[in-house]
Design a protein around this ligand. Structure first.
Ligand SMILES: [Zn+2]
Length: 88
């Protein structure tokens, strides 16, 4: 499993899993926006949370968004919904 932090076009997406490349991509534009607005530690929380969330999807392909959020909350000790708000 690889993690890339890279710009993902104009998409408001925080992160996605690329099954072909077995890579989690985190949207660098959103990470940067959060860093500028809320600081470095918020940006790191966002990345950690996004990785936990996408990892859960890779291991549980049929799982709901709520389940992936719950996993990220427990695993990365972050509040995914708040991070999603930050990313807007
Ligand atoms: Zn998801």
């Amino acid at each position: 499993m690889k993690v890339c932090i890279e710009p993902m076009g104009a998409a408001p997406l925080i992160a996605e899993y690329d099954a072909q490349q077995q890579t989690i991509r985190v949207n660098a534009r959103i990470v940067e926006r959060v860093r500028v607005r809320y600081g470095e530690s918020a940006a790191q929380d966002l990345v950690r949370c996004a990785i936990a969330h996408e990892s859960y999807h890779t291991q549980h392909p049929d799982a709901s968004e709520a389940a992936a959020h719950a996993f990220a909350r427990a695993q990365a000790r972050c509040e995914p919904r708040i991070l999603e708000e930050l990313a807007r």
